[in-house]
Design a protein around this ligand. Structure first.
Ligand code: PNW
Length: 454
């Protein structure tokens, strides 16, 4: 080991799965090719005033045509795994009905190219690009959407499971529910009242559970099914007994309508009490479906939620952000490396989860080209180094994290922020589609090569 090494060497276990993550609408482009149907994000991004600068995903990173070169980039960086998502409307252009062979072909080629490059494919079945036809029938407010999702997921996973071992049902339920249907700043841009929003949330977790079952029924034995949830990473404000106990309670409570109902098979009393007349209607049978056992749990972690002990009935309180708290280029992205210790640790402690992946972690920065043509994103590199230190600390303490997917391989369509916020470790010139690995890519490559935080 190099001189000055920490006693434990900051090493990761042998075989640790280093990866990167992307999502269909954010990178693919080619929205009118291969028989793809329109999605809520096509509609939303083409509605004036919804996305920064009027940007759309029409071209994005043109990944649909450039995936081979991009997989070559992954290979050069030494990536062991790639998390990608399937665009539902490439497989079923109107959400249901007959499958579109050209769509399946694209993902077949993608998976084959990844495998040939020695990169393991991890497939997400829903990363927010709902077919527009389904939204026209009520979207996630309509319980039939849950059935349509389970059917699409089963069909797609069935086609890929001879080569793809890991499937994630959904990405970040809280984001597309609360931002898409609550505040309305993401597609489809609705602002539902608390009652209908809670019922929609219930349909979403039900869709997840139904798809866990349908994927199991349609895939090869040994297929592993999980989720990529943005579980709120409750983090003790000070690491002592009382605040850690508070963070533990908060973990269950703050995730009540998403991961907690999935892992507990019931809604917490506080959640139902807090909603009162707005609480969702559900049956015992549905709760059973929602909590269908998973093989692994993936969590996306960017920011902690600091909590402290208090004497309230809940036993904890959320600590508000100070106005000077450091953030990355996105105002919501508060820097809190401890979240990558406490998120997975509480997942393991509270629910006994035995196989955890960090399905996303990364940062936006104001990347600029230096005169020598390089991008020295020292802030993103600092961010990654510090978060990875805490991930390593957790694994050393026995937290069963098997892999880490950095968001993102490429700068891409950052939803309502358009192309203004860059999350890539590879810079993309959106005029020429030229890719330039940033300092952070070189840092990550070295982390992977040495299998330790450098
Ligand atoms: C995640 N917030 O989104 C998504 O899974 C990605 O598609 C996205 O590009 C990435 O993180 C970076 O934003 C989030 O407001 C969007 O707290 C918004 C929030 C969190 C995550």
């Amino acid at each position: 080991a190099p001189a000055g090494d920490a006693p434990n060497g900051r090493h990761f276990p042998e075989g640790f799965l280093w990866g990167s993550a992307t999502a269909s609408y954010q990178v693919e482009g080619a929205v009118h090719e291969g028989g793809r149907g329109a999605t809520v994000w096509d509609t939303f991004s083409h509605t004036p005033g919804k996305v920064h600068n009027g940007d759309t995903g029409d071209v994005a990173d043109d990944f649909y045509h450039r995936y081979k070169q991009d997989i070559q980039l992954m290979k050069e960086m030494g990536l062991k795994a790639c998390r990608f998502s399937v665009a539902w409307s490439r497989i079923f252009p109107t959400g249901t009905g007959s499958p579109n062979a050209a769509g399946v072909d694209f993902y077949n080629r993608l998976v084959d190219t990844l495998l040939a490059a020695g990169v393991q494919p991890y497939c997400t079945l829903y990363h927010w690009d709902l077919p527009q036809t389904l939204e026209d029938k009520g979207g996630w407010e309509n319980r039939d959407t849950a059935k349509a999702f389970a059917d699409y997921a089963a069909y797609t996973a069935g086609k890929l499971s001879d080569r793809v071992r890991h499937f994630m049902t959904m990405n970040e339920m809280r984001s597309f529910v609360e931002i898409g249907y609550g505040s309305g700043t993401h597609a489809p841009g609705k602002k539902l009242a608390p009652g209908p929003l809670a019922q929609l949330t219930h349909n979403v977790v039900l869709a997840h559970g139904m798809s866990v079952q349908s994927i199991r029924a349609s895939t090869k034995a040994g297929t592993r099914v999980g989720i990529a949830d943005n579980a709120t990473a409750t983090t003790p404000i000070i690491e002592n007994e009382e605040h850690i106990a508070a963070a533990r309670k908060a973990m269950r409570e703050e995730n009540a309508m998403f991961l907690s109902v999935i892992l507990d098979g019931k809604y917490s009393e506080h959640y139902l009490k807090r909603l009162g007349a707005d609480a969702p209607k559900f049956t015992a049978e549905e709760l059973k479906t929602i909590s269908s056992p998973m093989d692994f749990v993936g969590i996306n972690i960017y920011t902690p939620l600091f909590v402290r002990a208090d004497r309230s009935e809940k036993g904890y309180a959320v600590v508000p952000w100070t106005s000077t708290y450091p953030t990355m280029a996105s105002p919501w992205l508060k820097i809190g490396p401890e979240a990558l210790y406490w998120g997975p640790k509480l997942l393991a402690d509270v629910w006994g989860v035995k196989e955890i992946y960090i399905t996303e972690n990364g940062a936006s920065s104001a990347d600029v080209l230096a005169p020598d043509g390089e991008i020295y994103d020292t802030d993103r590199t600092m961010y990654l180094r510090n978060y990875l230190m805490h991930l390593q600390r957790g694994i050393t303490d026995g937290v069963p994290v098997k892999g880490y997917f950095l968001w993102s391989l490429l700068d891409n369509f950052e939803w309502a922020d358009g192309y203004e916020k860059r999350f890539g470790i590879t810079y993309v010139d959106f005029k020429t589609q030229k890719r330039t690995p940033k300092l952070s890519a070189k840092f990550y490559e070295e982390v992977i090569r040495q299998n330790r935080v450098v």
